[in-house]
Write a new protein. Sequence first.
Length: 97
Amino acid sequence: MPAYRFRFDNDALRTLFAPRKPRNPLLRVAFGLLGLGLLLVLVVVGVFIGAAMLAGGLLMRLWHSRDQHPARRPQAGKRVVDGEYRVVGKSALPLGH
């Protein structure tokens, strides 16, 4: 079996997937501007979709926080540990032998 059958660097396969640019300079400029316009549209649409997602998330957060009544919110007193503290000087601390 010849080895040239398994080589993928021959001209037929390379030209099959190669991008073909038009030879007419005006057509090249037109396709370039069309590509830039498509890129600009995609970026603008992406920015608007991102802003809409952020606004939707904020609205959902506001809506859910409105539903909670003050009686159902966790009280701050339940999570606070009350105690008496005093400052201990360095001489009162035990030596770490």
